[in-house]
Design a protein around this ligand. Structure first.
Ligand code: 13P
Ligand code: SF4
Length: 290
């Protein structure tokens, strides 16, 4: 069906192992956005959550972009609306608006530039403005604030999967595996980041683990990443920082959904022209600087 439809299957690092294994490209949000912008195939099947497929549709409006499970949504992306961004702009007219890609296309359309967990600091540093409205993730905002002199004005959104990982979870994991390096995602709380050895995007963790001399790693992100880590870094051992770090929405897509969506070319993600033109500017501005 994939050949018949001239489709490319993209999968995020948190997808079920069997879905990752049939994908053409597996990666983090930045890698998948880049891939979506440069694909030749007519159809993109996006195994991930809604904002990722929307980003692909904005970047490639001529392509058919499919999200196999329509209600695979990121709750953090629902935590801010375009109307709220407009109000922030009125309150802070001198500030630039940086939108994490985990936002709706409407929110991106009201923002100056997007960022992902892999490039958030570089994006903020690339801007002339000294005041930065950073939305929606308060934890990523606090992480960025560590590396810039600019004033970061955070929105109070969060990822429930990362926000519930505690410093006690980290201490317990370290006590069981004292030789392991601790890698965490910047969506984690500051107190967890303080205790970690390194902070990376999901694919950043894979790259680091493969080249590090360490043999064991404690992984502070969604458990789906362990499949990619084990595949890409054979011989190394990975422990989840928290067994309960599971993103329910990332686990909704099953192999049968991928097949059904290839057969029916549904559910299709379409973004209105008006929103897509503005959102594309913010996404492309990000892709241009990193
Ligand atoms: P990455 O861009 O690091 O893959 O993160 C995406 C995400 O949704 C994290 O929760
Ligand atoms: Fe959204 Fe968190 Fe799931 Fe990532 S892990 S898709 S931020 S809910």
């Amino acid at each position: 069906m994939k050949k018949k439809r001239d489709a490319t299957i993209l999968a995020h690092n948190y997808q079920l192992p069997e879905v990752q294994d049939i994908a053409d490209i597996v990666g983090d949000s930045l890698e998948l956005a880049r891939a979506a912008a440069n694909l030749e195939s007519e159809v993109i099947v996006f195994c991930g959550v809604d904002f990722m497929a929307e980003t692909a549709a904005v970047l490639s409006p001529e392509k058919t972009v499919i999200l196999p499970v329509a209600d695979a949504q990121c709750p953090m992306a629902e935590m801010i609306t375009a109307g709220e961004v407009k109000v922030l702009r009125e309150r802070f007219p001198e500030a630039a608006v940086v939108a994490y890609v985990n936002t709706s296309a409407e929110v991106k359309a009201e923002s100056d530039i997007c960022c992902t967990s892999a490039n958030a600091v570089a994006v903020v540093e690339s801007l002339d403005e000294q005041e930065i409205i950073f939305l929606p993730d308060r934890n990523l905002a606090a992480y960025v604030a560590r590396f810039t002199k600019k004033q970061i004005l955070p929105w109070e959104g969060f990822c429930y999967v990362h926000d519930r990982i505690t410093s006690d979870d980290l201490k317990t994991a370290r006590s069981f595996h004292p030789d392991a390096e601790v890698l965490v995602h910047p969506e984690c709380r500051s107190e967890v980041i303080d205790l970690a050895d390194h902070v990376f995007s999901t694919s950043g963790m894979v790259r680091h683990a493969c080249k590090s001399r360490s043999k064991e790693f404690i992984i502070g992100t969604e458990v789906g990443l362990l499949h990619q880590l084990e595949k890409k870094c054979p011989g190394k051992i990975f422990y989840p920082l928290s067994e309960t770090a599971v993103c329910i929405n990332m686990k909704k897509t099953e192999l049968s959904d991928v097949l059904d969506s290839l057969k029916s070319l549904k559910p299709r993600i379409v973004v209105s022209n008006e929103v897509a033109i503005k959102a594309k500017k913010a996404i492309e501005r990000m892709l241009d600087i990193t």
